[in-house]
Design a protein around this ligand. Structure first.
Ligand SMILES: Nc1nc2c(ncn2[C@@H]2O[C@H](COP(=O)(O)OP(=O)(O)OP(=O)(O)O)[C@@H](O)[C@H]2O)c(=O)[nH]1
Ligand SMILES: [Mg+2]
Length: 205
């Protein structure tokens, strides 16, 4: 996709603040500090629109970024960050769960995992949850630049095995540092938002 315009729209703390113009939404879920905001910045070729936070766990709302007049990226709060209180965590959990279950505009969830390590328990739960509720998902294995190319296949294998990855989902290897995977990920996104209202688990690539 050729990005001609991108802007931050709102930090939503609940449905009343979600945009009402019915554009398709692509959500980003993943561990705190895994690289969700950096991934958005790379996709839209902006250095710092989605703030890549120095303090993990800082993004505690659903942050909406509008791209052209085509779609929104919805940056989720990262999970698994200890300094967020239990009550806060539960509250975000409910908000996200409702969003994931009910939001009609949601066309794809990018589950972002750190390619250097096996997916965490939280990553696995999120992946299983998304499958259980039949939400369209694409796994993005990021920070590829941090491991030597020769070891990529081994790491991807571990990511897949640990997650119990389903071959009918897409998996894209990515680096916000080098731009690896950018075109491939845009193709996955475009094929989903071109897919109209069909929420079924059709192959995404
Ligand atoms: N080398 C490298 N560093 C990355 C990559 N993606 C993110 N980072 C770094 O990882 C750190 C966290 O990135 P963020 O994009 O802020 O992560 P996040 O998932 O948005 O974090 P929260 O908003 O706290 O949940 C930053 O220091 C980034 O510069 C990548 O692909 N390669
Ligand atoms: Mg972030």
């Amino acid at each position: 996709m050729k990005v001609t315009k991108s802007e931050f729209v709102v930090s939503a703390v609940g449905p009343a603040q979600y945009p009402d113009d019915a554009l398709p939404e692509i959500a980003l879920a993943g561990r705190s500090n895994v690289g969700k905001s950096s991934l958005i910045n790379r996709l839209i070729s902006r250095k710092n629109l989605a703030r890549a936070s120095a303090t993990p766990g800082k993004t505690q709302q659903l942050n909406y970024y509008r791209v052209n007049d085509d779609l929104y990226f919805v940056d989720f709060p990262g999970y698994g960050y200890a300094k967020v209180s239990k009550a806060q965590r539960a509250q975000f959990g409910v908000m996200i769960e409702k969003y994931l279950l009910n939001r009609e505009e949601l066309k794809l969830v990018l589950l972002v995992v750190d390619m250097r390590h096996p997916p965490s328990k939280d990553d696995i739960s999120m992946y299983e949850w998304l499958q259980h509720y039949d939400r369209p998902v694409c796994v993005v294995a990021t920070k590829a630049d941090k491991i030597p190319k020769t070891k990529w296949p081994k790491h991807i294998k571990i990511v897949k095995e640990t997650l119990g990855f389903k071959p009918y989902h897409s998996l894209v290897m990515f680096s916000s540092e080098t731009g690896l995977g950018k075109d491939e990920l845009w193709e996955v996104i475009e094929s989903r938002i071109g897919a109209g209202d069909d929420q079924s688990e059709a192959p995404t690539s």
